[in-house]
Design a protein around this ligand. Structure first.
Ligand SMILES: [Zn+2]
Length: 286
């Protein structure tokens, strides 16, 4: 036993893709320093061109990857979505996700376009940056389209490593009660409120959790290992968990994203499902 990262192929359900200028601004934010010159977020390992990023994913046996992105202010979501569409015409193994800004007047229009004309899989919501509640009424029309068309919402719903009033289990619960049939992926397995999010899986059939930054080595984010989800829960919900990495915005080698999971030494089928099969099924990858 003892599987290695290279023993598997992957669909990475939590990759970010942004135009280079936005990536640079995000990296600057992660690497900002306090008055003692200490990095506030974390240093980014993969500050590369888009082409270089894609070839790294390929080297890591990643066959498909999402294009998670988000608008941080009004008026840019439409442009960002157009850029992602262009990107996806060059990179056919991209699982295209778009973005929204709830205050944009033309939001319904551009969301219909990304689904109907561009065949995007869904949208990403990042309440930590976008500052709105997941159950915000301005999103009603959008969620209705998503539910009607069987599209996906990926949401950063947890409170780790940072929080604001828009994240957390209670806000997510209000959202999912309002849209019980919506296809939704909770990033980072809802860290660190794992148990609460895991408990929802029995009640909401279209809810999935991604493993992003949860099972990484102890010495990187010490608090994570202590607070990891319970092993038996992982086994019982193995059909509802998706592998994700947060590439390229990570401070460590890509391989570390799977290290903690591989250490559990579960059987091969468990890993195949989480690393590949579950995402293949939900994103209907052929
Ligand atoms: Zn992310």
């Amino acid at each position: 036993m003892g599987y290695k990262h290279t023993d598997f192929k992957y669909i990475d359900s939590h990759v970010h893709i942004f135009p280079t200028d936005i990536f640079k601004a995000i990296w600057k934010f992660f690497e900002r320093r306090d008055e003692n010159n200490k990095v506030q977020g974390w240093p980014i390992k993969y500050k590369l061109s888009i082409d270089e990023m894609i070839s790294i994913l390929k080297d890591q046996n990643v066959t498909h990857f999402t294009t998670y992105n988000y608008a941080h202010k009004a008026g840019i979501a439409e442009k960002l979505n157009e850029w992602i569409y262009e990107f996806s015409t060059s990179y056919k193994n991209a699982i295209s996700f778009g973005c929204i800004w709830p205050g944009d007047k033309n939001r319904v229009e551009y969301i219909k376009k990304i689904f109907n004309s561009y065949q995007f899989y869904g949208i990403k919501i990042q309440p930590l940056v976008q500052n709105f509640y997941p159950f915000d009424d301005r999103m009603n029309d959008i969620y209705k389209i998503i539910v009607d068309q069987g599209k996906w919402v990926s949401i950063h719903a947890g409170t780790a490593p940072y929080k604001n009033k828009y994240v957390g289990y209670d806000n997510f619960l209000k959202f999912i009660k309002k849209y019980p049939n919506i296809h939704v992926i909770v990033a980072h397995m809802g860290a660190f409120e794992y148990q609460k999010f895991l408990n929802l899986l029995d009640n909401y059939d279209n809810l999935y959790l991604d493993t992003t930054m949860v099972f990484i080595p102890n010495n990187i984010f010490p608090e994570r290992k202590v607070k990891q989800p319970n092993k038996d829960e992982l086994i019982s919900f193995q059909n509802r968990i998706l592998f994700g990495s947060d590439f390229p915005n990570i401070p460590y080698d890509y391989k570390k994203s799977t290290e903690g999971l591989l250490e559990f030494d579960f059987d091969k089928d468990f890993y195949k499902k989480i690393f590949y099969e579950n995402a293949k099924k939900i994103f209907k990858i052929t």
